[in-house]
Write a protein that binds this ligand. Structure first.
Ligand SMILES: Nc1ncnc2c1ncn2[C@@H]1O[C@H](COP(=O)(O)OP(=O)(O)OP(=O)(O)O)[C@@H](O)[C@H]1O
Ligand SMILES: [Mg+2]
Length: 323
């Protein structure tokens, strides 16, 4: 399945863009979002990377954790998730969803100290957003711009980790159930409603469904982005191995920032030759993937026009062809 197929196949609801830092993940996510919207799909592009650059890429503020309409479109929205805001909302939801000693403990754990988020909460929040939009049919297509490789991997491991934690908690809670009600009776909070058990079961079910959606190649595609340099090659290999482990469908590899040959510039020519040697290895190693080569542009890729120009290359059109 090429990127062109992914863009035009309306069954594809989720596209994730990922790779090493600075290789062009956000630009590719933005480009695929613009092309999806150009086709009339109600499209949402979400940056789950705490170091956001979606606003810079679109040359418009998409910050603050709210869904914001992209200027010039009726069917394209963007959002940079906001960890602090997400945490507050989560705590509030806990506050109203439950009470009692377990909830107090959970709020404390999740809230961290002095308003600081505990480690891993960025990934948890990002994953929470993925869960939220998997269950939401208001968009025809949701594109996730993921954090550089390390973070993305953790995020993808979260479903199973949580699943196993929740599984343990559920069993524990079952065992402790009788004891807890005894404690409640002691403290006179016997009649208090406790729905944390239900909450945990629902989260587990949501994660199970998300894993099904994210591993279905007819619904989800992860587009891996890299640059033709040795360091990126190693990291890409690790990313692909993990995606494979988690059954996340991958059919495309974008090799970005290729320097064109230029005999009148020794520096450019050496870089070109180095990259071409790495390209041979890449083609060898990933012959089962569709490889899209993207040249290094003279300018940065900024704004909808720049993103559309990149998008045309991603789907194999010449710049001036209509999508
Ligand atoms: N083919 C290209 N030609 C020229 N500039 C490019 C190209 N691809 C990306 N860039 C520029 O490189 C910079 C990094 O791109 P981008 O933000 O898409 O990468 P990223 O992988 O999302 O980075 P980060 O890991 O920091 O989120 C941006 O300034 C972008 O405009
Ligand atoms: Mg980025």
């Amino acid at each position: 399945m090429t990127i062109r197929d992914i863009i035009y196949d309306t069954n594809i609801r989720f596209i994730l863009s990922g790779g090493k830092g600075g290789v062009g993940k956000t630009s590719c996510a933005g480009a695929m979002a613009v092309l999806s919207a150009d086709q009339g799909l109600r499209t949402l592009v979400i940056s789950t990377d705490p170091a956001h650059s979606l606003s810079d890429s679109f040359d418009q503020s998409l910050a603050g954790g709210d869904i914001i309409a992209v200027e010039g479109f009726k069917n394209l929205w963007g959002m940079e998730i906001n960890t602090q805001k997400g945490m507050k909302e989560f705590q509030q939801s806990l506050g109203t969803a439950g009470s009692g000693p377990e909830m107090e403990m959970a709020t404390q754990l999740l809230g961290g100290v002095d308003g600081m988020s505990p480690p891993g909460s960025d990934e948890a929040m990002a994953f929470g957003k993925i869960l939220e939009f998997i269950g939401d049919n208001s968009y025809d297509r949701v594109i996730f711009d993921t954090a550089p490789t390390g973070h993305t991997l953790k995020l993808l491991e979260l479903p199973e980790l949580l699943d196993s934690w929740l599984g343990k908690i559920l069993t524990l809670k079952q065992r402790l159930g009788a004891m807890l009600s005894g404690v409640r009776a002691m403290f006179g909070t016997e009649g208090q409603e406790d729905n944390s058990w239900e909450l945990l079961k629902q989260s587990k079910e949501k994660i199970r469904l998300a894993r099904l959606e994210l591993s279905d190649p007819q619904t989800t595609q992860f587009v891996v982005v890299m640059i033709p340099e040795a360091m990126a090659l190693f990291e890409t290999q690790r990313l692909l191995a993990s995606l494979n482990n988690w059954h996340i469908p991958v059919s495309n590899l974008v090799v970005n920032q290729l320097v064109p040959p230029n005999p009148s510039c020794g520096f450019c020519d050496r870089r070109h030759k180095m990259q071409q040697r790495n390209m041979e290895d890449i083609r060898d190693m990933y012959h089962d993937l569709d490889i899209i080569e993207v040249p290094l542009f003279e300018d940065e890729i900024r704004g909808v026009d720049g993103l559309r120009k990149l998008g045309m290359i991603l789907i194999g059109n010449k710049e001036d062809d209509a999508p």
